[in-house]
Design a protein around this ligand. Sequence first.
Ligand SMILES: Cc1cc2nc3c(=O)[nH]c(=O)nc-3n(C[C@H](O)[C@H](O)[C@H](O)COP(=O)(O)OP(=O)(O)OC[C@H]3O[C@@H](n4cnc5c(N)ncnc54)[C@H](O)[C@@H]3O)c2cc1C
Length: 473
Amino acid sequence: MSKKVTFYFLITVHLAITGYFWWETSGIRIHRGTTAVLLAFGRLSGLMLASMILLQVLHMGRARWLEGAFGLDQLARLHRRNGKWLTIFLIAHPLLLVLAYKRSSGLTFLAQFLKFQVSFEDVLNATIAACLLGFVIAYSVLMSRRKWDFEKWYWAHLSVYIAILLSFGHQNGVGTDFLGASPVLERFPDLTWFTLYWYFAYAFIFTSLAWYRFISPLKLFYTHRFSIQKLTQETPDVWSVYITGNNIEKFRYTAGQFIIVRFLARGYYWQAHPFSLSSYPNSDHIRLSIKASGDYTKTIGKLTPRTKVYIEGPYGLLTAKKSKTNKVLMVAGGIGITPFRGILEDLGKVGKNVELIYANKTESDIALRTELEELEEKYNLRVHHVLSASGVGASFSRPSSGNQAGDQGQPLQSNTTFHTGFVNNDLIKQLVPDVSTREIFLCGPPPMMSALLKTLPTLDIPKNKIYFERFSL
Ligand SMILES: Cc1cc2nc3c(=O)[nH]c(=O)nc-3n(C[C@H](O)[C@H](O)[C@H](O)COP(=O)(O)OP(=O)(O)OC[C@H]3O[C@@H](n4cnc5c(N)ncnc54)[C@H](O)[C@@H]3O)c2cc1C
């Protein structure tokens, strides 16, 4: 909580400083008429636009202190939401300034716009930057609607950095509020207190970006020299990748967290994907369990032992630390079981009473089954398997067919009860009648998550007792 407060405090300080310098040069003149109003708000929207861009970089910069407050998934959502404000300022800034200048020049809107481009080199750069930003925003909106290729979108997104570079000179070169502030030193009139602050804000954000996105993961890689130890097939669609390295026990994570991995092999270099750690912290390996759900994940089984692995993280706030009471219900859909594997162990160790509802299409899709059965034996845990592909409503009992995993020890001789249908409030109440007295952990495919997040509160479960992770950034 205090990290969030610090973050909002920093934003307030930034807005106060920016607002103060804007007011001193432009805001104070708004009583002079329409042109002054257009100029002042045109400049303010420019300052806000630059601030929003910096905020967007900060959101995606994977800074530890910020991730610890929000989690990467929530930061990604904030990033998308801010994109809308950014678009408004992107349009308002040139629009208001051209309208202001055309009032005194008598030119048409287009002629005034073009005059700006030829009169100042920095404005032309800024226009190119604005086009790049507009392209990225349009691409992002279309991609979220049409589910275009994530990787192409990601690379297109990088053009934002070119836009930032192009627009930086524009701000300090022609930004009246920067030039209007008092100089730091008489000998350098262009270096005003506001410019100095602006340089500091950029330096802070880009140092943080460089540190957390590049230097820190490189350090991690050279410390541990991660590589694939082995691969095992858990189900027809799920492969577990065991990763080891020097002093692997010193790679510290909390069960339930995730990492962003890049396999350093031909065909994999250019892609980094997030996966939960399906292992419990130990001194031998870390493990990912990956479901073939797209072009990239379908090829995981082709990776080979000793392949080097570049890791960013660990990230994520969905851990046993969330749990404050003694009774917990966990609902996992398909590969959503991965973060729960370790969390179950942490909850079990402190004696919590845990019910796990684990939904899959068919019995053969159940991943990590033997491990779950072992945990069930060891701790105060009950697992309810729900299968969606065997008809709705019926419930049947059959002996466990064991596990398909190559490396999880002998299958246990337990009787497993399977329930069929889809996980909804009725089924949850049937399986766990005291659900309203429990905290809920939720992880699964987006349709299941959205449906349950809407309906669970109607079972008298307060929203702040539902902890979840979406498998999308
Ligand atoms: C926090 C978190 C934990 C996850 N844990 C697991 C796990 O334990 N096991 C598992 O199988 N899957 C997990 N996923 C999902 C996994 O990251 C995606 O299934 C995988 O990236 C899809 O890649 P693809 O190219 O095969 O599929 P595609 O069909 O290309 O992509 C499917 C969707 O995955 C997302 N995606 C694709 N590429 C990336 C990328 N490079 N970075 C971020 N998102 C991307 C996009 O939303 C895309 O729409 C997790 C995701 C997140 C965010």
